[in-house]
Design a protein around this ligand. Structure first.
Ligand code: F0G
Length: 487
């Protein structure tokens, strides 16, 4: 991994904050994490300063750090609250049927239901994955597949709340920097809410499938000659000048919606928390929101134990993992990101402090996996008939390694584990086809150096298409050969 040759202070100014406090989370680590507040406000994660709920801000006016949406503890708790959530599944009201708004006691930032935007979203399946479990050396493994959302990724869980807040604020246009999925989701939700979508994506490396979505949804699609981190920093400066609303995960209203992934998962598990939840990490919004959800559910008596949040990054884009594995989790050093898992090709994750808070609270871990591990894990998930995009496959790769390694972080084969798949397999068909044709590395070589030792990737689970003469005999021979392999 190559570090930028600029000072850490300059790095962080460029990446996320404007002052030295954003480099370190030492100040934040000394305070207990209170989930609630007496009023609905935005509260700084570090200095705890509060700001009005309707301020168009993304960072604390006092210290420049990230903000949480906080609110009073719901009056209904425990089994009664769980029963309210469940009863809504029988309702015909679109808000009740949404896999996000069904849990609205934990999303009380709107004033009346007429303000709510919904597609609907969420209600994603929890899938048994026996082949993947066997590959990892576990007895059982389940995937919660967030790729079953309207735009094919987990982003819809948070875009619905972000766009709702944009409408409440009376914004005309919403914008994001994106590696592809946020832009697809923003495009769709903005279009449905009658707002102008503006998306900034890196000029190279964004999958065509994702790009095609934002184009079709009518987004002003800006292909920036720079990477995601550059686009994110530019948008931060531009948005206030243009009066447009940022819907990246630095926006705390996005993360509120993403909390419902955890609520929905726990409901699917009959409120029996798993031992571990494994999630890919890029800009680190998802893992941050999972932590906030679990913290709130814990206080409401809906969490039987704290599942260990395990964040997985691609080795070439792993600043938080480097911090944890290097034993200095209170500071982050930006990296120049390189990975074929383009969704998580991020070197300066904006939400790293919130993600670290979630990991520490849950006694979790942060790690990274190689390009080879990601590619093979993705093919194995496919063999379970599930399929996902490369970033999502970091989860199985990490689980396999943790189950085989004799380290402190070792996974016990009997642990109950849920891995989060963040995007649909159709999000990056190029990658999948190249893997199965054993040409993944060669095709991308010019653009990114991705392997650990400069070697190519091998496609251990390749299932290439077979070109066949259009005769009965030729087809017979090929199919018979395959039939023989299954006995
Ligand atoms: N998986 C997929 C498929 C993603 O698209 C992303 C992020 C992540 C994982 C990482 O999630 O940022 O919350 O840690 N995609 C963003 C985008 C950055 O612009 O679409 P995170």
């Amino acid at each position: 991994m190559t570090r930028d040759e600029i000072s850490p202070l300059a790095i962080d100014e460029h990446a996320s904050g404007s002052d030295e406090s954003n480099l370190s989370r030492r100040a934040m680590m000394t305070r207990p994490w209170h989930p609630w507040h007496s009023e609905r406000v935005l509260r700084c994660i570090t200095c705890q300063a509060v700001h009005p709920l309707r301020d168009v801000i993304y960072r604390c006016g006092s210290c420049g750090d990230l903000l949480d949406v906080v609110f009073p503890r719901p009056t209904e708790t425990g089994a009664a609250l769980a029963a309210t959530f469940r009863a809504r599944r029988m309702s015909d009201n679109p808000i009740d049927r949404s896999g996000v708004w069904r849990f609205r006691e934990l999303l009380p930032f709107y004033d009346n239901e007429a303000q709510i935007v919904t597609y609907p979203e969420g209600n994603t399946p929890l899938l048994e994955a026996p082949k993947s479990a066997g590959y990892a050396g576990l007895r059982r493994l389940r995937f919660k597949h967030l790729g079953f959302n309207p735009t094919g990724s987990f982003k819809d869980y948070g875009m619905v709340t972000g766009v709702t807040q944009a409408r409440i604020l009376g914004m005309r246009a919403v914008a994001c920097a994106s590696t592809g999925n946020t832009s697809a989701s923003l495009g769709a939700y903005a279009a449905r809410a009658g707002l102008l979508p503006i998306v900034l994506v890196p000029e190279t490396g964004v999958s065509f499938a994702k790009l095609s979505q934002s184009l079709d949804y009518g987004a002003l699609t800006l292909m920036v000659r720079g990477d995601f981190d550059v686009a994110q920093a530019l948008l931060r400066k531009l948005a206030p000048r243009l009066g447009i609303y940022i819907l990246n995960s630095v926006n705390p209203f996005r993360l509120e919606g993403q909390k419902t992934v955890m609520i929905e998962l726990l409901e699917q598990l009959g409120w029996e928390a798993p031992d571990r939840i494994v999630v890919p990490g890029g800009n680190l919004g998802n893992s941050s929101s999972f932590g906030k959800a679990l913290r709130e559910l814990h206080d409401l008596g809906l969490l039987s134990k704290r599942p260990r949040i395990t964040i997985v990054q691609a080795r070439g884009a792993a600043p938080l993992s480097e911090a944890y594995e290097g034993g200095h989790s209170e500071t982050l050093v930006r990296v120049h990101a390189r990975t074929l898992a383009t969704a998580i090709k991020i070197g300066a994750p904006v939400s790293w402090k919130k993600a670290a808070r979630a990991v520490d609270w849950s006694d979790g871990w942060v790690m990274s996996v190689s390009e080879q591990e990601i590619a093979d894990a993705k093919a194995v998930i496919g063999q379970d008939g599930i399929g996902c995009e490369p970033a999502s496959a970091t989860t199985l790769a990490a689980i396999r390694r943790l189950a085989s390694e004799g380290t402190d972080e070792r996974i016990d084969p009997d642990e109950t584990i849920v891995a989060i798949l963040t995007g649909n397999v159709l999000k990056d068909p190029d990658y999948t086809i190249r893997y199965h044709q054993s040409s993944l590395f060669e095709e991308f070589r010019s653009e990114t150096i991705v392997t650990d030792h400069g070697r190519g990737l091998t496609s251990q689970f390749a299932n290439p298409p077979v070109v066949v003469d259009a005769t009965e005999e030729a087809l017979m021979a090929v199919i018979q050969e395959r039939l023989d392999t299954i006995g």
